[in-house]
Each structure stands twice: as structure tokens, then as C-alpha cells.
Write a protein that binds this ligand. Structure first.
Ligand SMILES: Nc1nc2c(c(=O)[nH]1)N(C=O)[C@@H](CNc1ccc(C(=O)N[C@@H](CCC(=O)O)C(=O)O)cc1)CN2
Ligand SMILES: Nc1ncnc2c1ncn2[C@@H]1O[C@H](COP(=O)(O)OP(=O)(O)OP(=O)(O)O)[C@@H](O)[C@H]1O
Length: 241
């Protein structure tokens, strides 16, 4: 079992490394044009059109499909928009204590979105003092540096997810921190104690063409990994369940 786990971990690490290398040589123009293609696919998806509330990642300056136009569209349409927030980064901890975790917090407006400052990865992120005026999905999962700051609010219907690599069977590989996997588990436990997937939001991954594995290859997946329900790819293809 231990061997199996570590070989899986190694396989994920290798795959991240090779995809990272491929996308590091992509031109800004290619990322921009792939992002335009993916944006128009998302805006015409029924699951997006009918969602009153959604969670969406705010893209890094490089190496990902950019989500700016989706965020703006959603805010303009009056949808409730939630974005990732990482809690617990600065909390001093024991080696075995829980590490940082992700929640999703609400944006108020276009202006709010446009004035977010980038974090150390270049990801636009709500400031800590602004959390008190925001709603969240999990109330920071009870994390001590946020407890009571955000107000927990109902459901999100759709989550637009980043990833390092994806496959045609809707497998997804993240950056290796488990942020999304753990967030989804917590969300699932909260909304569906009976174990059904019924109450989970619809999960859509956004992929640059170069993040899609060839047809016959699969992302190494373990039981804590969540496949997505649909994948919008920069070459204009949509893969869905
Ligand atoms: N735009 C965006 N927002 C996001 C994520 C993401 O992948 N993309 N996340 C998804 O979890 C969470 C943040 N997690 C992240 C974890 C690692 C790295 C990162 O770049 N890590 C390495 C680089 C190695 C690598 O590419 O894996 C580093 O720190 O240098 C970025 C975001 C929440 N918000
Ligand atoms: N549901 C979970 N509960 C506890 N730990 C988890 C869970 N899911 C993942 N982890 C842990 O998180 C770490 C990273 O996992 P993994 O490599 O699958 O992340 P990833 O899929 O790349 O990241 P992400 O979920 O952020 O996209 C691993 O150490 C894993 O054991």
C-alpha cells in the first residue's frame, strides 16, 4: 500500500514537471487566444447560464486559461461569484498540524474584483481585512485565523477549476497541495451527509490544449481525487460525462 501510494505520488510529480515544461514555452498570444475560445464555450454552456452562483479561480499571469472575462460576465449578469481563498498560511504550526486549506469567498462587484491585489503566486486574492464583509462556502473550515470572519452562505452551483493536466476521462491533476480535493470533500460532507453526489456543484475544468493528455493516457488518480464533470479545452473541444 505504502509503495503504491508513493509510486502514484511520484507519477504525479513527473507529470507535473513535464506539463510545466511544455507550457512554460507557450506564447502569451497562444494563452490569450485559447482563453478566448474557452471563455466563449463557458458562456454558452447551459450549466453556466443557469447557475445563480459559482466558484471560479482567478488566473495566474502565466500557464493557465485566464478567467477574467468569465468573472466579469458573471458579475455583470448578477451571478454570485466566489473565488478561492487560502487560509492558515501564516499560522505557526506543529509539523503534524493541518496545513493551509482553501475556502471560497464572495466578490461584491466588478470594482472589488478589479482592485484585488496579487498574492505571492500572482493570483488576485481578497485581503484578509476584507474577509469580514464576505460570505464563504465553508466558513474557512473552522480555521482559527478566519473563524467568525466570514459568514457562511448557501450553495454554489458550479465550480470552474484550474489544473496542471487533464485527461479525456475527465481526470484532473492539480498543483499537488490538495486544495481542491480537500475543499470538495468538505463541501460534500457538509451538503450531502448521505454520501450522494447529488448536492455537489457541477465541476468544470479549464485546460490549455497542452494540458490535455493524449487520448490513451490517464492522469494518475487516487481515491481522494475528484474527476470533473466537464472539460473546456483551448482547442474548442468540450469533454463531458
Ligand atoms: N489561478 C489559480 N488559483 C488558485 C489555484 C490555481 O491552481 N490557480 N489553486 C489550486 O490549487 C489554489 C492555489 N494553489 C496553488 C498551489 C501551487 C501553486 C504553484 O504555482 N506552486 C508552485 C509551482 C509549481 C507548480 O506549478 O506546481 C510554486 O509555489 O512555485 C499555485 C497555486 C487556489 N487558487
Ligand atoms: N480528501 C483529502 N483529505 C486529506 N488529504 C487529502 C485529500 N485529498 C488530497 N489530500 C492530500 O493532499 C496532497 C496533494 O494531493 P494531490 O497530489 O492529489 O493534489 P492535487 O490534485 O494535485 O491538488 P488539488 O486538489 O489542489 O488540485 C496529498 O498529500 C494528499 O494526500
Amino acid at each position: 500500500m505504502a509503495d503504491k501510494m508513493s509510486s502514484l505520488r511520484l507519477a504525479k510529480k513527473e507529470l507535473r514537471k513535464s506539463v510545466r515544461q511544455t507550457i512554460s514555452s507557450l506564447s502569451e498570444e497562444s494563452i490569450k487566444s485559447q482563453s478566448r475560445v474557452v471563455t466563449s464555450m463557458i458562456l454558452s454552456l447551459p450549466e453556466y447560464q443557469k447557475a445563480g452562483s459559482l466558484g471560479v479561480y482567478l488566473s495566474m499571469p502565466r500557464g493557465e486559461i485566464s478567467t477574467g472575462a468569465i468573472v466579469k460576465d458573471a458579475l455583470q449578469l448578477g451571478k454570485r461569484v466566489f473565488v478561492p481563498y487560502i487560509y492558515g498560511k501564516a499560522v505557526p504550526r506543529e509539523p503534524e498540524a493541518p496545513r493551509s486549506m482553501m475556502d471560497m469567498v464572495s466578490l461584491h462587484s466588478l470594482e472589488d474584483y478589479e482592485t484585488l491585489a496579487p498574492d505571492s503566486w500572482g493570483i488576485p486574492t481578497p485581503s484578509e481585512p476584507s474577509l469580514g464583509g464576505r460570505n464563504s462556502c465553508l466558513n474557512g473550515a473552522g480555521y482559527n485565523d478566519c473563524d467568525g470572519k466570514t459568514k457562511e452562505e448557501g450553495n454554489i452551483e458550479l465550480i470552474i477549476m484550474p489544473g496542471m493536466a487533464f485527461d479525456k476521462a475527465l481526470g484532473r491533476l492539480g498543483h499537488g497541495k490538495g486544495y481542491y480535493d480537500i475543499f470538495l470533500r468538505q463541501f460534500h460532507e457538509k451538503s450531502a451527509p448521505d454520501g450522494s453526489r447529488h448536492h455537489l456543484p457541477f465541476l468544470i475544468g479549464l485546460a490549455l490544449q497542452e494540458q490535455m493528455l493524449p487520448n490513451d493516457q490517464r492522469v494518475p488518480m487516487d481515491p481522494t481525487d475528484w474527476p470533473v464533470d466537464a472539460l473546456a479545452v483551448g482547442d474548442g473541444s468540450l469533454v463531458r460525462r
